[in-house]
Design a protein around this ligand. Structure first.
Ligand SMILES: [Zn+2]
Length: 464
């Protein structure tokens, strides 16, 4: 049946192809084109499984059966030593103070960053300044004035905001990519929060979440620093693709390596030049192709620091996920940076509700850590913790959903149907547990085994 359908779709695709290429000679090898089209279609369907949505989305391990990862070493609050450690022979290059709300040309990158030239960066970029949780609580005492710090070769004075440029220094098809980095260095001391979006180039909601969050910050009223990279995978973004130009998933290559694959090199450059400067990281994603997610955090709840970190997000579902090797959040956590993935909505779309929820979550986080003070009103409920399972289609066909994202469901409820367009058979997909639909596939052609509905069942708030 599946074969029949695939062949059918291939034929339609082929018809289009023929119309598009109907010049003499273009139809030289129809067989090759047909094989290619089939391979592409199958690959597109198969690829969907290699995504964070599906991987490692498992019930939290019992802490008794599995030793929790050790908490990151308790290092005192960060000391801003960067300003004083700029080599004497190098003139200070102070980043221009810019009102981020104003339209500006692209910033120029430093020709080659020290980190990429293999020069040790230890004094300039302390690995993962770890801030003890107490230090992050808002303090009624007088705030401590911030110091300037150096990022991407530029010194950023306290109480200023600027646009910098990160370039991995790698030639992609003869063009060196320049990726904008927004920085707000608050007038007062505090933690460094990093926001990354579009690590997968087709995930657009995060780009807008970073823009709104950053452009709303007033450096004169900020304690700490916020570093935002709105579009990490710029080539993917330009092509509407999740992947890098070599078809690799950047989010499987962190912390990277300077002499590995293209993905390794880009990951290494971003990790060392930007991410290592952070105390906290929120990596913003959406559902993969044709799947949508309720705004939610993916966090390794077996890690005490990360579990504590999730409490800073207002009205957000939190799903335990230990993460796959090479994910930015896993690499950051391993480097002592508290990190989560924020998932919001669908790829290739701009969704106002999802963006609002993301911005709200980040504002609550900054308020919680004493970085901003806006009399933030916390919602009810605060974060809700979920264990989760995926319900898979048992039959191939066309998926039609009966429920909506965020719906509360009971075991046995019909979530949707898979209809066979040839035989007219309809196969219901039922909820296997009571819970909430925290992620789901949009209506589409599916194969047997396709992960269709992500059901979250409320779990204990960890660490209490
Ligand atoms: Zn993603």
């Amino acid at each position: 049946m599946l074969q029949a359908r695939l062949r059918h779709s291939t034929t339609s695709a082929l018809t289009l192809l023929i119309v598009a290429l109907a010049t003499p000679g273009a139809l030289a090898d129809v067989t090759v084109a047909k094989t290619k089209a089939t391979t592409l279609l199958v690959a597109e369907l198969a690829e969907d499984e290699s995504v964070e949505d599906i991987e490692r989305s498992e019930p939290r391990r019992d802490s008794a059966s599995e030793p929790a990862r050790p908490p990151a070493p308790d290092v005192p609050a960060p000391v801003n030593t960067e300003a004083s450690t700029i080599p004497a022979d190098k003139p200070r290059e102070i980043a221009p103070n810019i009102d981020l709300k104003e339209v500006a040309p692209l910033p120029e990158p430093e020709p080659a960053l020290a980190e990429d030239r293999g020069i040790p960066v230890a004094p300039d970029a302390p690995p993962a300044e770890h801030v003890a949780p107490e230090a992050l609580e808002p303090e009624p005492a007088a705030p401590v004035p911030a110091e300037s710090f150096t990022l991407l070769g530029k010194e950023i004075l306290p109480g200023t905001a600027t646009r910098l440029a990160w370039s991995p220094g790698i030639q992609i098809a003869g063009l060196s990519q320049i990726t904008p980095v927004l920085v707000v260095n608050g007038v007062n001391k505090g933690p460094t929060l990093c926001l990354t979006a579009a690590v997968h180039g087709d995930e657009l909601n995060g780009i807008e979440i970073v823009r709104r969050t950053m452009y709303d910050l007033n450096p004169e009223k900020l304690s700490g620093r916020v570093i935002g990279v709105p579009i990490v995978n710029l080539t993917g973004f330009q092509q509407g693709s999740r992947y890098l130009p070599d078809r690799r998933d950047l989010n499987r290559h962190f912390p990277g390596s300077p002499d590995g694959t293209l993905a390794d090199r880009i990951a290494h450059s971003l990790f060392n030049n930007v991410v290592r400067h952070c105390n906290m990281l929120v990596d913003i994603h959406t559902g993969s192709l044709k799947r949508t997610n309720l705004p939610q955090l993916r966090a390794d709840m077996n890690h005490p620091d990360v579990a504590e970190f999730t409490r800073g997000f207002d009205r957000m579902a939190v799903v335990h996920s230990s993460g796959s090797p090479g994910m930015l959040r896993s690499a950051a956590t391993d480097a002592g940076i508290r990190a989560v993935t924020l998932e919001a909505g669908e790829s290739l779309r701009i969704q106002e509700h999802q963006i609002d929820a993301g911005v709200n979550g980040l504002n609550s986080l900054m308020e919680k850590h004493g970085m901003i003070s806006r009399m933030f009103v916390w919602g009810d409920p605060e974060p809700v913790y979920y264990d989760s399972t995926w319900i898979r289609a048992q039959h191939g066909g066309i998926l039609f959903s009966e429920i909506k994202l965020g719906a509360t469901v009971s075991e046995g409820d019909i979530l949707g149907y898979v209809a066979d367009p040839i035989t007219n058979e309809q196969h219901p997909i039922r909820a296997t547990a009571d819970g909430r639909v925290i992620g789901m596939a949009v209506d589409q052609v599916v194969m047997a085994g396709f992960a269709a509905y992500h059901i979250g069942t409320e779990a204990q708030v960890p660490g209490e």
